[in-house]
Design a binder for this molecule. Sequence first.
Ligand code: GLU
Length: 469
Amino acid sequence: MSVVTRFPPSPTGYLHIGSARTALFNWLFARHHGGRFRLRIEDTDRARSTQDAVDAIIKGLEWLELDWDGDIVFQSHNAERHVAVANELLARGQAYRCYASPEELAEMRIAAKAAGSPVLYDRRWRDRDPADAPEGVRPVIRIKMPLEGETVIDDLVQGPVRVDNAQLDDFVLLRADGTPTYMLSVVVDDHDMGMTHVIRGDDHLNNAFRQYHLFKAMDWPIPAFAHIPLIHGADGQKLSKRHGAVGVEAYRALGYLPEAMRNYLLRLGWSHGDDEIISTEQAVAWFGLDAVGRSAARFDLDRLESLNAHYLREADDARLLALIDPLLADRVQRPLSDDERTRVAAGLPGLKTRAKTLVELADNALFYIVPPSFPLANAKAAKLLEGEAAALLADMAIEIAAVAPWDAATIEEALRAAAERRGLGLGKLAQPLRAALTGSNASPGVFEVMAVLGRDAVLARIAAASKQH
Ligand code: GLU
């Protein structure tokens, strides 16, 4: 059997990170088995579906590099087929027309509540003679669910899950206006798209029991189900906006790399021994549903940050430069010059080991483009320039001017010798230098910073810093 999975978002908002994890698991499962991963936009709720949401979902998946096979299926385009299946179920005697009025349904609901029954519709049209149909009333079509016994689904994550059939309603397949319901559309599309595995959040487990009987009523093969526990916030509640950003796009804007996000989402609910850093190649090789946990995973921003820091360190400099270029241009409100780009690129090896996000990386790289303005806004750095420091820097400028060749190793040698001559620890020199050159008390190694900035910029910044004091 060749595996087919799917990601079927409803386009009513951004791509939620919980949905992104569902997409990732489906993608990994398909790739692991050499199968197909399909994308279906469940846009049958025309009032709530928007093109912006469709675009956001597609952009989010593309950013995460979760590629789908074949064309995107738009569920609304299959409405005729859904209607045809409802009619076929009628013809097979597996469904029936129901003429109950809204008032009758309201009464039934009250009665069901009073009786503590989860079945809200009392099946009054199930066996009634169609000749009784009231004049001028357009019926809905309902499925005939089994009245006795129980339904057991061997869920690949939850294990066997069961429900008493007496709990299951004869749910509506086709509304009175002739439009198919969500439950019908999902099953028909899953069948027509050849789905072998349905992997989704466990908030859909209740639907699975209903969908199971719909597959059966059509004599269609029933896909394997895998319901994964939802993601919770640190407080144990279902992840929502209250917990901060929940859209994939927001994480992109916050400066996370897609591979870090994938690694992070993978570990939200799936494990491979104690491994934390798992490349996508490894994930494809190792992924299976047996290692999906049964309890809710907790969203933990610190973990995402530390994974992102790891992937930033590993990332290719040219790629990072391209990613922070627009962020830097935004900060200086103009495009970068080639010289500036070259300087930032040269500084990247030192910068990328110190940043947790692309945003932080851009902020930390800014001093390579914009000289600090004195007095420094950073209080800790300003303190490093107080007292003796300014005079010391002015004095150092003469020695720095003479360093040749201009590279980090030679600069370091010269500064160490200068510190020694003055009977000072290296820090006493390096710290004010760092403040003068970067405007900050934390930066890449000061020799590296000097080498990248170039002698002229270094001398100009030292002069500006000592003039202020
Ligand atoms: N469209 C549904 C959702 O966005 C997915 C349903 C399913 O996976 O079967 O939650």
